[in-house]
Design a protein around this ligand. Structure first.
Ligand SMILES: *Cc1c(COP(=O)(O)O)cnc(C)c1O
Length: 402
C-alpha cells in the first residue's frame, strides 16, 4: 500500500529540490524498484555514493552487526569502528591523521578551517587567501559553497566569507598570477564532477603543487566525488602523481551511509588542538562500521582493477550508441566517473536525456545542462551494464527520432 506520493513532496518538503516523479522503495545491486514495482537499472548510484550498489551483503552485515552492538557515543569517548576506519584510511593514503564528519561539505569545512588555522598559527593573519576554481563544487555550507565556483549557489545569503578567489580550471597562467605569499590554500577537485567531468592536465596539477610549495600554501584535494575507488585508484591523487596536504572524502566512503572524513599530515593536524573543531556525530560507530566494510572491500586490487574494466565497457557502449545516434561530442572522465557531452545540436538538453532514460527504466545523472553523467556502482555486473545500455539506446533512439 502506498500512503505517500510524490505530491506530498510539494506539500511538506522545502522546495529546494525537484525530484523525479517516481519514488524508489527498494534496491539490490545496480537495480532499484519504485512504488509501482517498476524496475530501473541504476547508472546514477545516488550521485557517486552507492559504490557497492544497493544493499550489498558486506554493508548489510556490517550495519546490522553494529546496530546490535552500539550506535552512538559522541566524541566524549572514542569507539572501535572509528579507530579501525581511521587506521585503514591512513594505510591507504598519504595521511597520518583523520577527522570524521558526516558529509562532504563538513569534511571540506574542516579542511578549510584547518588550512586557515595553520596559516594563522605559522605565518599570521595576512595569509588568508584561498584560491579555488570556476565550476568547482565543494558542498553547501556557507564557507564551502563560497569556495565553490558557482556564485549562483552562494549569492543571496548576505555577506560571504572573504578572501576567496576563483580562477579558470587548467589555466596555468591565471594560477601563476593568482598565487602569492598571502595564499593560505588552494582547493580543487582532482577531476571536476558537478562542473561537467573535467580532468586536470598533468602540467596544471604539477604547477599547482610546485607553486603551493613555493608560497607555503596548502593544497586541498576535494575527493568527495573522486575518492574511494571511483577513478580506478583508491584516491584520484594516486593516479595523478601529485599529493595534496589535505584530502576530503565522503560520498562513496559510506556506500550510502552518511559519513565524511578529512585526511591530513601530522604536521598540519596538530593545529586542530582540543576544542578547535568538532561534531556530535562525526566518527559515529554505525557510520564508521559501514565505512570500514566498504573501504576494505573497495580497496582490494581486483575491485579497483574492475573499475578500469567497467570504464572500458561504458566507453564502448557509449561510442557504439553515439555512432548510431550521434548526439555526443565527447566521452570523458576516469573510471566510473564518466561524462558524455552533448554536441552543438543537442546542447542544453541533458535533462531531456535523463528523463527519456528514466522512462525506459534507466537512472542516469547530469552535470550541467549539456553533460550526461554516469556514476554507477563500482561492482556493477557486465549484464547490468548491457541491460542498462539497451535501455539507454532505446531512450536516445526515441529522442533522436522524435
Ligand atoms: C557532493 C560533493 C560535495 C558535497 O558533499 P555533501 O555530502 O553533499 O555535503 C563536495 N565536494 C564534491 C566534489 C562533491 O562532489
Amino acid at each position: 500500500m502506498t500512503d505517500v506520493t510524490r505530491k506530498d513532496f510539494d506539500e511538506v518538503m522545502v522546495p529546494c529540490y525537484n525530484p523525479m516523479a517516481i519514488i524508489p522503495v527498494r534496491g539490490e545491486g545496480a537495480r532499484i524498484w519504485d512504488q509501482q514495482d517498476k524496475e530501473y537499472v541504476d547508472f546514477a548510484g545516488g550521485i557517486a555514493v552507492s559504490c557497492l550498489g544497493h544493499c550489498h551483503p558486506v554493508m548489510v552485515e556490517a550495519l546490522t552487526k553494529q546496530a546490535n552492538q552500539l550506535w552512538h557515543l559522541s566524541n566524549v569517548m572514542t569507539n572501535e569502528p572509528a579507530l579501525r576506519l581511521a587506521k585503514k584510511l591512513v594505510e591507504l593514503s598519504f595521511a597520518d591523521k583523520v577527522f570524521f564528519a558526516n558529509s562532504g561539505a563538513e569534511a571540506n569545512e574542516a579542511a578549510l578551517k584547518l588550512a586557515r588555522r595553520y596559516a594563522v598559527d605559522e605565518f599570521g593573519e595576512q595569509k588568508s587567501k584561498i584560491i579555488a576554481f570556476n565550476q568547482g563544487f565543494h558542498g553547501r555550507t556557507f564557507f564551502t559553497v563560497t569556495v565553490g565556483g558557482q556564485s549562483a549557489y552562494s549569492d543571496g545569503f548576505g555577506p560571504k566569507p572573504g578572501d576567496i578567489d576563483h580562477i579558470p580550471y587548467n589555466d596555468i597562467k591565471a594560477f601563476e598570477a593568482a598565487i602569492s605569499d598571502e595564499t593560505c590554500a588552494v582547493m580543487m577537485e582532482p577531476l571536476q564532477g558537478e562542473g561537467g567531468i573535467i580532468a586536470p592536465t598533468s602540467e596544471f596539477v604539477q604547477t599547482v603543487r610546485e607553486l603551493c610549495d613555493k608560497h607555503n600554501a596548502l593544497l586541498i584535494f576535494d575527493e568527495v566525488q573522486t575518492g574511494n575507488g571511483r577513478t580506478g585508484d583508491f584516491y584520484a591523487y594516486q593516479g595523478l602523481g601529485v599529493t595534496p596536504d589535505i584530502l576530503s572524502t565522503a560520498k562513496s566512503l559510506g556506500g550510502g551511509f552518511p559519513v565524511g572524513a578529512m585526511l591530513t599530515t601530522e604536521k598540519l593536524a596538530k593545529h586542530l588542538k582540543i576544542g578547535t573543531h568538532g561534531s556530535t556525530y562525526g566518527g559515529n560507530p554505525l557510520a564508521c562500521a559501514v565505512a570500514e566494510a566498504v573501504v576494505s572491500h573497495v580497496s582490494q586490487p581486483d575491485v579497483l582493477q574492475g573499475v578500469k574494466e567497467r570504464e572500458g565497457l561504458f566507453r564502448a557502449e557509449l561510442e557504439r550508441i553515439n555512432a548510431k545516434y550521434p548526439i555526443f561530442a565527447e566521452i570523458r572522465g576516469k573510471g566510473l566517473l564518466l561524462g558524455a557531452e552533448l554536441n552543438d545540436e543537442w546542447k542544453g538538453r541533458s535533462r531531456d536525456v535523463l528523463v527519456a532514460a528514466g522512462e525506459e527504466g534507466l537512472m542516469v545523472l547530469i552535470a550541467g545542462a549539456s553533460v550526461v553523467r554516469f556514476t554507477p556502482s563500482l561492482v556493477i555486473t557486465p549484464e547490468e551494464i548491457k541491460q542498462g545500455f539497451a535501455r539507454f539506446e532505446a531512450a536516445i533512439a526515441k529522442l533522436y527520432n522524435a
